[in-house]
Design a protein around this ligand. Structure first.
Ligand SMILES: O=C(O)CCC(=O)C(=O)O
Ligand SMILES: [Fe+2]
Length: 236
C-alpha cells in the first residue's frame, strides 16, 4: 500500500475508499457488539424537529466513551494511524468514535457537511468502518460529490435532491472510507433490515474539539449541543 499516493488521492477527491482493510473476524465481533447495543428497534435520540428538518434518520452510540474496549482495536491499528497521519499531518488528534444505526424504511441522511467550511484548515476527518456489507438490496449507499471539500458551502436546495457529479459508494464488510468533513455527502434510504457504520473521527492539529457541533444542511445549519437551528437557508 503506497501511503503517499493514497493521501494524494484523498486530497484530490475529498474521500478515499479502501477495500478489505480490516480483519473480517474483528468486523463480526464489532458488528455483534453494535447490534447488541441497539437491538432492532432503537428509539430516536435527536429531537423530532431535527430529524424532520435534517432528514438524518440515524441513532448514534459512542462506544469508546462507555469503555467498550474492543473498539480500541480499530483506532490503535498502525496502518490506519499511518494513513491518517499522511492525510492530516503530524499532531493530528482523535475526536471520538460513533456507531450509527438506521432501521428498515428510514431515509438515511440528507446532504450535509459535518462542520462549517469557512476555515479550510479546520475540519473533521471521517474514518468510516463498515462492519457489514452495504448492498443495493440493503440501500444506505454513501453519496459524495468529489472535490467539494474545496468548494465551500454546500449548495442550497432540496435536502435529498441529486447533485451534479455525485458518486455512490457501496462499502463492504471490512472496508474503510476516509471522508473530509467539508466534502458534500449523504446516505441513501435503508430498504434492508438495518444499516450500521462506525465513524472514528479525527482532526488536524489546532482544530477545536467541538468542530462537529454545527453541521451544514441544504436547508439549515444545526447546532447539536443546544439542539437548535441556528440558520435557515433559502431553497433555490
Ligand atoms: O454512515 C455513513 O456511511 C456516513 C455517515 C456520515 O455522514 C458521517 O459519519 O459523517
Ligand atoms: Fe456526515
Amino acid at each position: 500500500m503506497n501511503i503517499k499516493s493514497l493521501s494524494e488521492k484523498f486530497w484530490v477527491e475529498g474521500f478515499l475508499h479502501i477495500e478489505d482493510f480490516f480483519d473480517p473476524f474483528l468486523m463480526d465481533e464489532i458488528n455483534a457488539l453494535i447490534l447488541d447495543h441497539f437491538g432492532m428497534n432503537p428509539d430516536w435520540e435527536h429531537t423530532n424537529e431535527f430529524i424532520e428538518k435534517s432528514g438524518a434518520e440515524i441513532v448514534p452510540w459512542f462506544p469508546q466513551r462507555e469503555g467498550v474496549e474492543k473498539f480500541d482495536r480499530i483506532s490503535q491499528q498502525s496502518l490506519l494511524r499511518e494513513i491518517t497521519e499522511a492525510i492530516l499531518g503530524p499532531g493530528w488528534g482523535e475526536l471520538y468514535s460513533m456507531s450509527m444505526f438506521s432501521k428498515r424504511g428510514t431515509k438515511g441522511q440528507a446532504w450535509h457537511q459535518d462542520c462549517p467550511p469557512e476555515n479550510p484548515d479546520q475540519f473533521n476527518l471521517n474514518r468510516l468502518v463498515y462492519t457489514h456489507d452495504i448492498t443495493d438490496d440493503i440501500g444506505g449507499q454513501v453519496l459524495v460529490v468529489p472535490g467539494t471539500h474545496k468548494k465551500g458551502e454546500l449548495i442550497t436546495g432540496g435536502p435529498f435532491e441529486n447533485i451534479y457529479g455525485q458518486v455512490a459508494l457501496s462499502p463492504k464488510k471490512g472496508d474503510l472510507v476516509f471522508l473530509h468533513g467539508h466534502c458534500w455527502h449523504r446516505v441513501m434510504p435503508v430498504t434492508g433490515a438495518f444499516r450500521v457504520s462506525t465513524n472514528y473521527r479525527a482532526m488536524p492539529k489546532g482544530t477545536p474539539e467541538e468542530i462537529t457541533d454545527i453541521a451544514v444542511y441544504r436547508n439549515m445549519r444545526y447546532k447539536f449541543s443546544t439542539s437548535e437551528i441556528i440558520e435557515e437557508r433559502a431553497q433555490t
